[in-house]
Design a protein around this ligand. Structure first.
Ligand code: NA7
Length: 566
């Protein structure tokens, strides 16, 4: 155990170095620190791998990296001064602007002094006798705390497919999720991009615009992308946002996706294709996620979805000059919105450029990397640079990296062997006093993230306040509540079209990961009411323990991966 400098913190709870250790200094970790330290007066240590705040927005610096939520709602709502002082410049914030915003918040709230940067959590273990967490870091230190909060984001563990001889490639190779901080020079280079998810769709047009000799895109599955219609925000727009900010944010916080947009029609099932086009066209012209909300049953009704998907395929056919290429870019394998729906700026048009080409790896698979480039079944392609836009070990990847151990030394890895099991996506049976901000089985990636984050951070800090006020030492989800939530999550997902797609929502992008729908698909409004109700009912589904000695009850040991129906 190392010496802890406690000068900057408030009173330390007897027996631990900190009241709370938080992992991560992105949107969640920063707000968690502020709530716990400045509003509850607790001693908090935040541990962050990067050398600055920002989380996702620290790492994802690739050309074209931009948030698909509109800037005025991709922000904190809890602080009026921050809302008034910060002015977004464009409709969607680009990565540097979001990063700057989070740096601004960190400065305004004086958060940096309680963050250990360039420090990685290597393990977190619950000590049953003491009823505390011991959090170890890669610098050899370890600290104890009463509560352990993960604020690690949902897309923080870059995924690199196991391509044969990947390391043989002698040119430059970058993963979009770990993009260099120094400028990357594209001039006269032969560049490959592997992957056409939301990231590939952002990076491809930007790289094509650079002075590259040629750009070759390796596509496994095409994606439906809707135009972002990105542009600077005018003074009038910003004034109107400011004048109505409270109402806008309240609407976002009480909506299904965390966005203040109106839904359109109930269904497209009984509409002709012409009527569907008429309904969709204004939303297409307006751009952005309003398109998703044109029909309320988009994600539960195959007939509606097929019409919307066909509309989108037709848009691709209208834009791409080469009809064969257009068909390759038009998805037929999944329904629109069942994979994360990307927004784009000039994505499809980019394929009309002479120096841009597509390799469909379902027809011509990648066999291996070579020192000069990529060998497919049919061809050898030479490159100076390969960009991997191959996604993330989403939602559970970063949590599983950390060697988290609960009661009886049960590891998270063992517990989630058959897929994540949580109570409300916030807490785990067998892991007392641990909370997961935007954890698996919470709405997280199916919503505008800052909204989901604020709901969680506020719930966790209100809960800790309740525990402190009521002299409760330990809180733990019951096994029954966890099972019920896991079953509920699965049952709600099965009522939707989400489960029909091979997506990262289903963990399908990572070989050997159990196929299970991971975020909570019931809507952020419904979900938020549920967690508030749980608290109002005296933390229904949780066991609250006043003395640490009550812990470790005989016959109530955490079980390995028990799913309902196993
Ligand atoms: P995604 O959405 O997981 O996309 C990854 C892409 O990489 C996708 O097109 C994959 O094809 C492709 N991929 C993955 N493995 C391979 C192999 N082995 N060969 C060829 N192509 C491959 O990640 P993104 O970074 O685009 O987006 C993640 C989220 O970050 C995004 O939704 C935003 O919320 C921010 P596939 O579709 O699986 O066939």
């Amino acid at each position: 155990m190392t010496e802890i400098d406690t000068q900057d913190n408030g009173e330390i709870q007897e027996g631990t170095d900190y009241d709370v250790v938080v992992v991560g200094a992105g949107f969640s970790g920063l707000y968690m620190l502020h709530r716990l330290r400045d509003e509850l007066g607790l001693s908090v240590k935040v541990v962050e791998k990067a050398d600055d705040v920002g989380g996702t927005w620290y790492w994802n610096r690739y050309p074209g990296a931009r948030c698909d939520s509109e800037s005025h709602i991709y922000c904190y709502s809890f602080n009026d001064e921050i809302l008034e002082e910060w002015e977004w410049s464009e409709r969607y914030p680009e990565q540097p602007e979001v990063l700057e915003y989070l740096q601004f918040v960190a400065d305004e709230l004086d958060l940096r002094k309680d963050i250990d940067f360039e420090t990685e959590v290597t393990s977190a273990a619950f000590d049953e006798e003491a009823g505390t967490w011991t959090v170890s870091t890669d610098d050899g230190d370890a600290v104890t705390s009463q509560y352990f909060v993960t604020a690690v984001g949902c897309l923080s563990e870059p995924y690199v497919p196991d391509f044969e001889a990947l390391d043989d490639f002698e040119g430059e190779m970058y993963h979009t999720g770990k993009w260099p901080h120094d400028p990357v020079d594209f001039d006269d280079k032969r560049v490959a991009v592997i992957g056409t998810g939301a990231t590939g769709i952002q990076v491809i047009p930007e790289v094509a615009k650079e002075d590259v000799e040629r750009l070759t895109v390796f596509q496994r599955t095409p994606n439906y992308a809707v135009p972002a219609r990105h542009r600077p925000l005018t003074d009038e727009e910003w004034e109107s946002i400011q004048a109505n900010y409270d109402e806008i944010l309240e609407k976002a916080h009480n909506s299904g996706f965390g966005m203040p947009f109106e839904t359109g029609y109930e269904t497209a099932a009984d509409l002709t294709m012409e009527e569907v086009e008429e309904a969709l066209e204004p939303r297409w012209q307006e751009g952005g996620f309003r398109f998703l909300l044109a029909f309320e049953d988009l994600l539960i009704n195959e007939e509606t979805n097929e019409k919307v998907s066909e509309y989108l395929r037709n848009k691709i056919r209208e834009t791409v000059d080469d009809p064969d290429l257009a068909e390759k870019l038009a998805p037929e394998d999944h329904y629109y919105g069942t994979k994360r729906p990307p927004l784009h700026t000039d994505y499809y048009k980019t394929y009309n450029e002479d120096h841009v080409s597509l390799v469909d790896v379902t027809e011509d698979p990648i066999e291996r990397f070579t020192p000069e480039g990529i060998q497919t079944a049919d061809d050898h392609y030479e490159f100076d640079m390969i960009i991997l836009a191959t996604g993330f070990d989403a939602m559970t990847g970063t949590l599983l990296q950390m060697d988290i151990r609960g009661r009886d030394g049960l590891t998270l890895d063992e517990k989630w062997n058959d897929g994540p099991q949580t109570y409300l996506g916030l807490a785990l049976y067998g892991f007392p006093n641990m909370f997961t901000i935007t954890g698996p089985q919470s709405p997280s990636v199916l919503s505008n993230m800052p909204v989901a984050i604020e709901h969680h951070v506020e719930w966790v800090s209100d809960t800790i306040e309740y525990l402190v006020d009521n002299d409760v030492k330990l809180i733990e989800a019951t096994r029954a509540a966890e099972r019920a939530w896991t079953t509920h999550n699965r049952e709600v997902a099965e009522q939707t079209l989400y489960t029909t797609a091979d997506s990262w929502y289903m963990n399908e992008n990572i070989p050997d990961k159990p196929t299970v729908f991971t975020p909570y698909p019931g809507g952020i409004d419904l979900y938020h009411n549920t967690i508030l109700e749980v608290a109002e009912k005296g933390y229904e589904g949780f066991e609250l323990t006043e003395a640490v000695t009550d812990l470790g009850r005989e016959g109530d040991k955490p079980q390995l991966s028990v799913m309902e129906g196993d």
